[in-house]
Design a binder for this molecule. Structure first.
Ligand SMILES: [Zn+2]
Length: 106
């Protein structure tokens, strides 16, 4: 029951945030909750399986890209939004938000 309430609270928060961002001409990108935005390299697209939560710098073992972890995840989600139009809500700037499984918009 607590889990259900927490999910419902998150859903309502996300709806309000989406409404606010879209009304200011922003864009929200919705992804599956398991989308590996932190572990995917924005430069080469490959996944760094060894990245741990404590690692604050994304260091790609495949192409050598070294970048702040959060900035990398932001760039990955932005690229995801560019190529997955159906997962976007809004018009210009792109923000990121988790999407519950099976609740794609439209
Ligand atoms: Zn890379």
């Amino acid at each position: 029951m607590q889990h259900h309430i927490a999910r419902k609270g998150f859903y309502e928060f996300r709806q309000r945030l989406t409404t606010k961002i879209v009304s200011s001409c922003g864009t929200v990108v919705l992804t599956d909750q398991w989308f590996p935005s932190s572990k995917t390299c924005h430069n080469c697209g490959r996944i760094n399986q060894k990245l741990k939560l404590k690692d604050r710098t994304f260091d790609c073992p495949h192409c050598g890209m070294k970048i702040d972890r959060d900035l990398n995840a932001t760039l990955v989600l932005s690229q995801y939004g560019e190529f997955n139009e159906k997962n976007r809500v809004g018009c210009a700037r792109i923000y990121a938000c988790e999407l519950e499984e099976g609740s794609l918009p439209g």
